[in-house]
Structure formats: C-alpha cells, structure tokens
Design a binder for this molecule. Structure first.
Ligand code: HEM
Length: 411
C-alpha cells in the first residue's frame, strides 16, 4: 500500500524530523506516490541508501535506456533547453558519466580549492562590508539575501571564468530559479532558460576563439583535444554546475548560521576553538537536510532489494535526509552536535554520482561562517526561530530569509 509522504510543505520544512523518523521506521524501502511522478520507492535507512547509490549493476540513472522518458510529458516538442538540462551528467550512466565527470573533476580538486580560497575570502569580506553598511542604522539585515545567496553565485561565476561585467546578469538569472519552484514557475522561466542557454553558447564560442582562465575555456580545450564534448554537453555541464552548486550551498550556509544562533552552547564550543568549524559544517550537512534526496534511479530488471520486490523500470530514490538521522548509525540523531564523531552522513550522496562540488561547498560554508562570526561575534536572530521562513524549492531545505541583528545590543 503506497504511503503518501509530505516533503514539500512549510510544516515539513519547519520540522522535518517526525516525518523522516517515520520513514526510517517504515524502511528500508517505502512505496510512496508523488504528484507528477506517480509511484516512487523511497530508500530510507543508512545501509540501504549506501547500497543503492553504489549499485550501478541493478540501477541506472537514464530512464531512456529502459524506454522511459526522464520527465513526465518529455516529448519531441519539449524545448531544447529543457532537454539539455535533463541530459546532464547527473542522470547519465557509465561510460558516458565517467567521460563527462573526468572533464570537470580537476577543477574541483583539493588543490584547485586551495587556490580558490583567497578569492572566496575576498568575496565574502566584500559581501559582509555591504551587510555591515545596511545594518549600520541598527535595522535587521537578511543574511540569505546579503550573503548565503550571492556568495555561491559569485564563486561559481569566477570558477567558470565568466566576464566580471556579466556576473550580475548571470546571478539574476540563476536567482530566479532559486526562488520560483513550481511547475508553472518552471514554464514561466523558460524564456530565462533560453537566455541563459544562448548566453553560455556565446561564451563557449568566444572561449574557442580566444581562451581565457576558467573552467569554461578548459571544457572547450578538452573538446579540442578530441574528447568529444559536444556543444550541448558543454552547455548542459555549465547549467548543471550552476544549478547544482547554487541553492544547495545557499541552504547549507543559512542552515548552519541558523543552528548556531539557535544552539548557543554549540556556538560557544565553536568560539572556544575555531578549528571545530569543520565538524560544524559536517553536522549542518547531516542535520539540516539541505538536499533531501538523490535524483531518481531505475531498476534495470526485476529484483529483490532490501526485502522488497521491485520490477524492471521501477523508480527508486535515496532519501538522504532520512539516512542522516538513522539511529542505527547516529546516536541521538535529532541533537545538533558539532563535536559528533564519527559523522558518516550521506548529504553529498555516494558512489559514482557523489557530489562533484563537495569540497567547494565545504570551503564556502567554512569561510562564510568564520568571517561572519569573526566580524560579528554577537550576531543574533532578529525573529524567533519559529518565524523563520523556509525555501519553497522542492527537494531542498534551508531558510529563505535570515533576519539578524549584527550586534546583539541592538536586539
Ligand atoms: C551544500 C551543498 C551541496 C550539497 C548538499 C550537494 C549535494 C549533492 C548530492 C546529494 C549529489 C548526488 C545526487 C544524486 O546522487 O542524485 C550531488 C551531485 C552533484 N553536485 Fe552537489 N551538492 C552541493 C553543492 C554543490 C556544488 C557547490 C557544486 C558545484 C558547483 C555541486 C555540483 C554537483 C554536481 C555536478 C553533481 C552531479 C555529480 C555527478 O553526477 O557525477 N554541488 N550534490
């Protein structure tokens, strides 16, 4: 009997833990139904999620290999830009996935991130100076608008090597996607998507004519070496990086600020020893459920998976946020504890599709928190926690506004 599960309402976003706990208890595989998608099997426990995401023999990402369409209504008339977005490497299988991933892995390696760190710090400091000016009169400032949203956009634009004068335009486009999540919203955003697609195509052409520093030129270079990255693939990769790296990181930074403000004992632990920042970022990843689940996967043939009979073509998703509160792995799972050790959360997924940008997300979040709290140690929420609004984006969780007083004596 399919279970109807609410993962999108404001009530869920405010307090997701009872629902997630119920899912873990009903798991490890729960049959659910979703609007538009229909039947979906949710994999909920840590062990089963781990197994699913690593199993490329029995499950695949690209439903076209099974004669199914990637989106409901996906058809010959589907706009090309949507088709490009629905063909990114996150829904490709090997060997295609490997070929595409190799092209971008280097740009997100540890050494590339070390090189990027001073720029991330500079961008953060500039944003904080603007925030400080806005808060100078003692009015609350919104940290989502001032820091959590613009930081990831600025960093990814820089990494791609987009001309500095175009970055605001690019950021505006991307932010429209971060704000309007509905199906109708998506259709109304098609013109923006077209603009973005043709902008990226133009940039790729310019990079081909005259290479410049940044990932976009590197993608074009590899293509020139005969690795056959088509134009559509280069556009798809650029859009994927933008969409996968933006709202996710915005949410994580917002989540961690919120939890530190709400748990003053944990903030004190961090102030006692700033090297605890890495543990704090990992705990926010586990606890806050900024990305609720993986993308869908499909059973390649009939099989029994963790006790449940699946049929060929059945759609299965890993509920990462449930796995991250599985009491079999995390003692006191609903306690926010920056000293938690070990913390084997699955917030970045695992297996071949493990998050490409995990080092970047960690870097941005670490820098944002250290610079923010280093500069405004008395920062406080300007509203009670219960009044915080949450993103309406499907599949994600994070504050959509974070009004704070920069100096607590203003409160
Ligand atoms: C807090 C921040 C982030 C979280 C929680 C997150 C989470 C995830 C998860 C769970 C997956 C796997 C999804 C699946 O298996 O279906 C994933 C994949 C991916 N992420 Fe992230 N992500 C974050 C930030 C970023 C950033 C900053 C970038 C790049 C700029 C990025 C780029 C990607 C890409 C390209 C993939 C697909 C990888 C592949 O298919 O091989 N992500 N991410």
């Amino acid at each position: 009997m399919p279970v109807s599960v609410d993962l999108i309402s404001a009530a869920f976003k405010r307090d997701p833990y009872p629902t997630l706990m119920r899912m873990v208890e009903q798991g490890p595989v729960v049959e659910t139904t979703f609007p538009f998608l229909g039947k979906v099997y949710m994999v909920t426990t840590h062990a089963a999620v781990n197994a699913l995401l690593k199993d490329t023999k029995n499950f695949i990402r690209d439903p076209r290999s099974l004669g199914k369409s990637p989106l409901p209504g996906f058809n010959w008339w589907t706009p090309r830009c949507l088709k490009i977005m629905a063909s990114g490497m996150i829904i490709r299988d090997n060997p295609d996935h490997r070929r595409l991933r190799i092209l971008v892995d280097q740009a997100f390696s540890r050494s590339s991130m070390e090189q990027l760190q001073p720029r991330v710090e500079q961008i953060t400091d500039d944003l904080l100076s603007e925030i400080e000016q806005k808060g100078a009169a003692g009015e609350p400032v919104d940290l989502v608008e001032g820091l959590c949203r613009p930081l990831p956009i600025a960093v990814i634009s820089e990494l791609l090597g987009l001309p500095p004068e175009d970055r605001d335009m690019f950021a505006n486009w991307a932010e429209r996607f971060a704000i309007d999540p509905s199906f109708r919203g998506l259709i109304s955003l098609l013109p923006t998507l077209w603009k973005m697609e043709s902008y990226v195509r133009r940039q790729i052409k310019l990079c081909r004519q005259s290479p410049r520093p940044g990932l976009l030129s590197a993608l074009v270079d590899v293509e020139a070496e005969g690795q056959q990255l088509s134009d559509d693939e280069a556009v798809g990769m650029t859009l994927l990086l933008l969409f996968a790296g933006h709202a996710t990181t915005t949410n994580l930074i917002g989540d961690l600020i919120l939890e530190l403000c709400a748990h003053s004992d944990q903030k004190d632990l961090l102030f006692e020893d700033w090297s605890r920042i890495d543990g704090a970022v990992e705990e926010a990843l586990r606890y806050s459920a900024s990305v609720l689940s993986s993308k869908p996967m499909y059973a390649v043939h009939d099989l029994k998976f963790h006790g449940l009979e699946l049929e060929r073509g059945d759609r299965v998703m890993a509920l990462l946020s449930a796995a991250n509160v599985d009491p079999a792995v995390f003692p006191e799972p609903f306690r926010f504890d920056i000293l938690r050790n070990p913390n084997p959360h699955l917030a970045f997924g695992t297996g071949i599709h493990v998050c490409l940008g995990l080092k970047l997300a960690r870097l941005e979040t670490r820098v944002a928190i250290l610079r923010l709290l280093g500069r405004f140690p008395k920062l406080e929420l300007a509203v009670p926690r219960e009044e915080i609004r949450w993103t309406a984006l499907k599949g994600m969780r994070g504050p959509s506004q974070l009004p704070v007083h920069l100096h607590s004596e203003q409160a």
